[in-house]
Write a protein that binds this ligand. Structure first.
Ligand SMILES: Nc1ncnc2c1ncn2[C@@H]1O[C@H](COP(=O)(O)OP(=O)(O)OP(=O)(O)O)[C@@H](O)[C@H]1O
Ligand SMILES: [Mg+2]
Length: 333
């Protein structure tokens, strides 16, 4: 990972389901990663690995019944896990912008898009009405919405999916956040619009110096957009390193399997769904290494010992056999 100062530093984050009947499943365990200031970090892994839950913990938006029981989430050095809801509300939309998969889940259907963006600037920055509206227009213009002056008065449902996504990006960057968390921001869009939206996000990032944490299933997007990658499996981070490292010499057997699942000779814009078997649900993780039942490298010790994270030259891996030097790195891909 880069040495640059971190805007976000997640360490040992552990999330439990609480309140129901025992035993309480642990959803996310000991998740650690950094987002360097101005950098782009991908959070990848198959469905159900804990990517969204991790993002929600950063935002202080965990679903009912899910609680952070250990760890820290430092935003510019301030631990968000120890902040009151009022303080978190001041961070969301101001220091951290969010882009989710479904625009309609974040946009207010009862407000015009112009009012939504202007409101955010008035609320967080104390900007006056006229100035906030003028800025909202500039933002719509910047995210590529034609005839922005007129679109300011449109309601979200009057816009296409791609346009709604652009509005959500405009709202996310409205207060010049330090960090944008984008959880599968383009999955619901068709391929050409996906590429446009990601291109836009990258341009905005370069212009403004904001950092991006991008949750995605798409390795092509990771390669094009991000400098660092964090791979999650069954609530654990199993590998994290620079993208060039991971695509060059992936270490964890899970990451290797993910990379192999992308057909060669084709644009790697493929979903990660071809490793045999499936991610175990929370509460039913196997003993030892959670990937063991699907792992081609599994040894006896992997059934009994839960691997800790080991680091070598900024490349972190959670695998007993990698830590013991028993897996040939050159084999990757
Ligand atoms: N509201 C909830 N309450 C309790 N558990 C949940 C809730 N939502 C998800 N989970 C569980 O938490 C675990 C992590 O889910 P999460 O949504 O973070 O996965 P994900 O990596 O984002 O998957 P996807 O790629 O499908 O979006 C899963 O075991 C899931 O079943
Ligand atoms: Mg998710």
């Amino acid at each position: 990972m880069s040495e640059a100062e971190s805007v976000l530093s997640v360490s040992g984050l552990t999330l439990d389901l609480v309140g129901g009947h025992a035993p309480q499943p642990r959803l996310v365990h000991d998740v650690t990663f950094d987002v360097p200031s101005g950098g782009a970090v991908a959070l990848i892994g198959e469905s159900g690995c804990g990517k969204t839950m991790t993002a929600m913990a950063v935002l202080g938006l965990l679903p009912k019944g899910v609680r952070a029981v250990a760890g820290g989430v430092l935003l510019d050095g301030r631990d968000l896990l120890r902040c009151k809801e009022r303080e978190l509300a001041a961070v969301r939309g101001r220091t951290i912008g969010t882009i989710f998969q479904e625009p309609m889940s974040s946009l207010d259907p009862t407000m015009t898009v112009g009012d939504q963006i202007a409101e955010s600037r008035r609320l967080h920055l104390g900007e006056r009405r006229g100035a906030a509206r003028a800025r909202a227009r500039e933002l719509l213009d910047r995210v590529g919405i034609p005839d922005a002056a007129r679109r300011l008065r449109a309601y979200p449902h009057e816009l296409s999916g791609g346009m709604q996504q652009r509005v959500m990006i405009a709202a996310a960057i409205a207060c010049d956040p330090r960090l944008v968390i984008a959880d599968e921001p383009t999955t619901a869009l068709d391929v050409t619009i996906q590429a446009e939206i990601l291109g836009l996000l990258r341009d905005l990032q370069r212009e403004s110096g904001m950092a991006v944490l991008l949750v995605t299933h798409d390795l092509g997007v990771v390669a094009e957009f991000c400098e660092d990658v964090v791979v999650m499996y069954a609530g654990h981070v199993v590998e994290r390193a620079a993208v060039t490292e991971v695509f060059g010499t992936a270490r964890h057997p899970y990451t290797r399997a993910l990379l192999r699942s992308v057909p060669t000779g084709r644009a790697p814009r493929t979903r990660l769904d071809v490793i045999p078997g499936r991610v175990p649900p929370a509460g039913a993780f196997p003993s030892g290494c959670r990937f063991r039942p699907r792992c081609e490298y599994a040894a006896d010790a992997c059934a009994t010992t839960e691997p800790a994270e080991s680091q070598e030259a900024g490349h972190a891996t959670r695998c007993l056999r990698v830590a013991a030097g028993e897996i040939e790195l050159q084999e990757a891909r």
